[in-house]
Design a protein around this ligand. Structure first.
Ligand SMILES: O=C(O)C1=C[C@@H](OP(=O)(O)O)[C@@H](O)[C@H](O)C1
Ligand SMILES: C=C(OP(=O)(O)O)C(=O)O
Length: 435
């Protein structure tokens, strides 16, 4: 077994604790980094990015873009990205690991090349959909060799034409991917949407960052249009803390009836999950902004809510776990697209929670969770970092919660367990045989 596999299979039990009371400074947003890496790589002048999170997804993106010849220099948590000097002359191999965002973004970037680009990925990523993006690229004359509409795939560009149709009803990442490459096309790009767009706030984030780099995107009833003749200009950018990583610490305050002060919380973030504190406020938490920081205070008793979480996909599991401790039935709706994440975040989340005795009803696009008193269980992570991070919060009040394969957190937040320890939630390796 490799060192990495051994680490991944480390099972961690959570030690129940009293109310947490702590100040937390979280690593930078992986969502912003995931956009800035390709945007700055495609820019015509140099960029400097600070507070870049060091996780598997961002390392994967930096390595993949470097394979394509983009110039990314790392200096601690800072990146310097220079314009590419030479274009590729030979076929290129890229590995996208577990990253849905990078898999989608780099498939479009690869389609700019004149040489074939082979994209390989992890076994889990190979089950996540790509077909809608592939169809859009094919209509732009890109040849895509794929056995089943997913990765692995060989992309043979370059893109020709300036108009395509896109179905972004299972992932907004397809749309972000096409927008990102649009300024590199001689005639711009019109993207006509064939249905609704899920996780819409993520598209707005893409457009906002493109604008900061001097590219304008127009939106109309048919979809989006990137007029020709625009170039990305490099930027200097300081990345704010990750809003989804912050959801676990807010959840810890909510469940334990404690207090968490989140330093430099980006309250102007366009990302849907940046509004997760408002969800907790509805459940009874007290929220106070203190300058740039956000204080979340948990109540004596959390109240269940009914809420459309379509715009906050990555915080659904955090809410599901908080709901286990709330009075009443929490109903989470409009989450059909969560079936296509690292795990099936509807069914797998429901099944893991059921192991603790919590009553959960699940459907194609919803979860209903009845608050109660969970009991200990071995929680499978399904290769999903967010399953590990959210389910760990059960252990604040529940003895014998054990997270199997705890190191899956490396995808977005490798130091998660250390951060939990720092706020008083300790873990210990589970050596007993797991029944
Ligand atoms: O564009 C992005 O950075 C993301 C978009 C969302 O995906 P979908 O659009 O597939 O819902 C989100 O769940 C994912 O973690 C990151
Ligand atoms: C879904 C996620 O990421 P991605 O789609 O980039 O794999 C996530 O981080 O929860």
């Amino acid at each position: 077994m490799s060192n990495r596999q051994e680490l991944k299979s480390l099972n961690l039990s959570i030690k129940p604790c009293g109310p947490v009371k702590a100040t937390v400074t979280l690593p930078g947003s992986k969502y912003i980094a995931n956009r800035l890496l390709p945007l700055c790589a495609l820019a015509s002048t140099t960029s400097h990015i600070k507070n870049v999170v060091n996780n598997d997804d961002i390392q994967t993106a930096a390595a993949g873009l470097s394979q394509l010849g983009y110039q990314i220099q790392t200096d601690g948590n800072a990146l310097k990205i220079n314009p590419r000097q030479v274009t590729a002359m030979k076929p290129i191999d890229i590995y996208t690991a577990h990253s849905g965002t990078f898999s989608r973004f780099v498939a479009a970037i690869a389609a700019l090349e004149k040489v074939p680009v082979n994209i390989e990925c992890s076994a889990k990523m190979a089950t996540r959909p790509m077909i809608e993006l592939f169809d859009a690229l094919r209509s732009l004359s890109v040849e895509i060799d794929t056995p089943n509409g997913c990765l692995p795939a060989k992309i043979i560009g370059p893109v020709k034409g300036n108009e395509c149709r896109l179905d972004a009803s299972r992932s907004s990442q397809y749309l972000s991917a096409l927008l990102i490459i649009a300024p590199l096309l001689d005639d711009g790009l019109r993207i006509n949407l064939t249905g609704s767009v899920v996780s819409r706030a993520y598209v707005d984030m893409t457009i906002q960052l493109m604008k900061k780099m001097s590219v304008n995107v127009e939106e109309d009833e048919q979809g989006f249009y990137v007029p020709p003749g625009q170039k990305y200009q490099g930027i200097d950018f300081m990345i704010s803390p990750d809003p989804v990583s912050s959801s676990y610490f807010m959840g810890a305050a909510a469940i334990s009836g404690g207090e968490i002060l989140l330093k430099n919380f980006d309250k102007n973030s366009l990302q849907g999950e940046a509004g997760f504190y408002q969800v907790l406020e509805k459940m009874g938490c007290k929220i106070t902004f203190q300058g740039d920081d956000l204080l979340v205070e948990g109540p004596e008793r959390l109240q269940a809510i009914s809420i459309d979480m379509g715009g906050m996909p990555d915080a659904v599991q955090t809410l599901a776990v908080v709901a286990c401790f709330a009075q009443g039935i929490t109903t989470i709706t409009n989450i059909e697209h969560l079936a296509f994440k690292e795990s099936n975040r509807i069914e797998d989340t429901a099944n893991e929670l059921r192991k603790t005795g919590i009553k959960v009803e699940s459907g194609k696009d919803y979860l209903k969770i009845e608050g109660g008193i969970p009991h200990g269980a071995n929680i499978e992570t399904h290769d999903d970092h967010r399953m590990a991070m959210s389910m760990a919060l059960l252990g604040i009040k529940t003895p014998d919660i054990c997270i199997l394969d705890s190191q899956v957190v490396a995808k977005s937040f490798p130091k998660y367990w250390d951060y939990l320890a720092d706020i008083g939630i300790s873990t210990f390796p589970q050596t007993k045989s797991l029944g």
